[in-house]
Structure formats: C-alpha cells, structure tokens
Design a protein around this ligand. Structure first.
Ligand SMILES: Nc1ncnc2c1ncn2[C@@H]1O[C@H](COP(=O)(O)OP(=O)(O)OP(=O)(O)O)[C@@H](O)[C@H]1O
Length: 285
C-alpha cells in the first residue's frame, strides 16, 4: 500500500500541493484535475524524482526516500513529456530502457516480447520510433514502464493528444492490466476515466477534493440534470435561472444541459461524471 501523509510541495511561493493525504491499495485510479492542479507534481513525488517540501510517502509502512533502489525496482513511470530517441527502433529502445532498469540480456528478450505483445506493437518491433504515430509512441511508453513488471505504475496523461481510435486502444490496455498493481493515471479527459476505471481521485488547486467512485459522484447528480432547447436570443435570461453545464448550437436554437429548477419543455436526463465534475470539482467530499 502507498500512503501519502500530509504532503505539501512548494515551488518558490507557489504551493503546488497542500497537505495531501491519500492511501492507494492495489487497483486502477484515475487522477482528475484541471490544468495546473498539481497532478504531475504528485506523480513526480510518488516516483521519487522530486521530494516533498513537507510530509512523507510510505510504501508498506516505509518511507520511500529510505527505500531508494528497492522502491525504484517496484516502479513503472511514464512522464507527461515522454520522449523516445527517434533513431531507435521500438526493440532497441526497450532494450536500452531495460538495461537501465538492470534487467539481464536473457530476461530482456522475454520481457520485451511480452510487453510488445501487450501493447500490440509486435509487428513494428524493428521499425524506427520516428515513423510511429503519437498513439504508437505512447504505447512504447507504456511498454517501457511495464518492462520490470512494476507493482506501482504511474502514467502522466497517457491519453493526451490521442485520436479516438488510439484512445480506445489505450483504455483497453489499461483496463486489462493485472489488478494486483497500484495504477495511477492522470487526465483531464473525463470520458477516459469512465472507460478505464470507477476509482476517481479529484485533485484541484493542490488539494484532494475527492477519492471515491464514479458511481457515487453520479448518484449525487441523479434527478438534477435536465436538457432544454431554447432560442439563442433567450440565453441571458436563462443563465439567471439555471446553472448551465454544457450547450450546443442547433441552428437558431441552443440545446442546454443544466441543473436547477424544471423549466417548461425541459426533460430529465441521465446524469454523468462530467456533470458532477463541471459543477463540483472544487468541493471536498
Ligand atoms: N518546477 C516547477 N517550478 C515552478 N512551478 C512549478 C514547477 N512544477 C510545477 N509548478 C507549478 O505547480 C502547479 C502544479 O503543476 P502541475 O504540473 O503539477 O499541474 P498538473 O495538474 O499536472 O497540470 P497539467 O494538467 O497542466 O499538466 C502549477 O501552478 C505549476 O505552474
């Protein structure tokens, strides 16, 4: 188990994380937060590339800063700006990363074919990474993070910039991971979390706002979300009466998803995670 105890991280005067307490057991967790919320900072502390200004992080009761190499051996990490040396083939890159992780030549051969099969890149093992699409590069990123069969896998925005097809492939890869690991991935794309896991951690403005399941958050919105179509010219008047979640132009009209009182012509709709996040992302629960 990973335990984050009263962790704060300051960069000069800016407090990127404030007094974060969090416990993570085996499972897949989606870390959701706005830009600048502190997600990458939290992940960098968890993998030990940065140190907390205050507080500590424990793995199975021991401070990770004391565990050093023993802790690193348990980790797989894909940073947000994941770069693959373009001159390398996928196979060469994984060999290089595996060697850095201290795997022997014999182990590497078997591990590399296993991880490449897992991310579905076996066929392009001998192709240069510079010829890969963004999604394929991310899959190489996951493959390198998995080489040492980590107990803790930290993925910083693994789906950013992916096209819908790659996004689905990536979601499938993550949801098929073995359930005995702690897997934490960050995103600000709500539908990605919904596709991968029910466990959600909301972090905003450096503070943990929620650690719960998507079902519980959606439950809070049940019966409170409606849709109504109004003439565009009446938007200002409606804005005074309701809280708009989202709207879409339909010719001269606007289709509005909102919460508030039932308006004439409005129909109740099934609430979703985005409804909760847009309205309540800074509330502590
Ligand atoms: N090395 C640094 N020096 C100064 N400020 C930093 C540094 N790293 C992060 N910050 C600041 O800390 C805050 C949290 O940044 P962080 O990158 O953790 O957010 P994030 O949730 O990962 O955002 P994004 O979704 O945009 O990647 C931001 O205000 C950021 O500007």
């Amino acid at each position: 188990m990973l335990k984050i105890e009263s962790v704060s991280k300051k960069f000069g005067k800016k407090e990127a994380l404030s007094d974060v307490d969090l416990e993570l057991d085996a499972g897949i967790y989606g870390l959701l937060g706005d830009n600048g919320a502190g997600k990458s900072t939290l992940m960098r502390l968890l993998v030990g590339v940065d140190k907390p200004t205050k507080g500590r992080i424990l793995y199975e009761g021991e401070d990770i800063s004391q565990l050093k190499g023993k802790y690193r051996d348990l980790l797989g990490y894909m940073p947000q700006e994941f770069a693959v040396f373009p001159g390398f083939t996928a196979g060469e890159f994984l060999n290089y990363m595996g060697a850095l992780k201290g795997l022997s030549k014999r182990e590497l051969k078997e591990k590399i074919s296993r991880v490449l099969a897992f991310v579905n890149l076996e066929d392009v093992k001998d192709k240069k990474v510079s010829t890969f699409s963004g999604g394929m590069k991310r899959r190489v990123g996951i493959a390198q993070a998995l080489l040492n069969d980590p107990k803790i896998l930290i993925l910083d925005e693994p789906t950013a910039g992916l096209d819908p097809g790659e996004r689905i492939r990536f979601s499938n890869i993550l949801s098929n991971m073995s359930k005995d690991k702690i897997i934490l991935f960050s995103t600000h794309i709500i539908s990605d979390i919904e596709a991968i896991t029910k466990n959600i951690i909301i972090l905003n403005d450096g503070k943990i706002r929620a650690k719960t399941t998507s079902d519980k958050l959606i439950e809070k919105m049940e019966g409170l979300v409606f849709e109504v179509t109004i003439p565009f010219s009446e938007l200002a008047a409606y804005e005074k009466k309701i809280q708009i979640i989202r709207m879409r132009y339909e010719g001269e009209y606007l289709k509005i998803r909102y919460t508030g009182s039932t308006l004439e012509g409005a129909r109740p709709v099934q609430a979703n995670l985005e409804d909760y996040y847009i309205l309540h992302r800074n509330e502590v629960i």
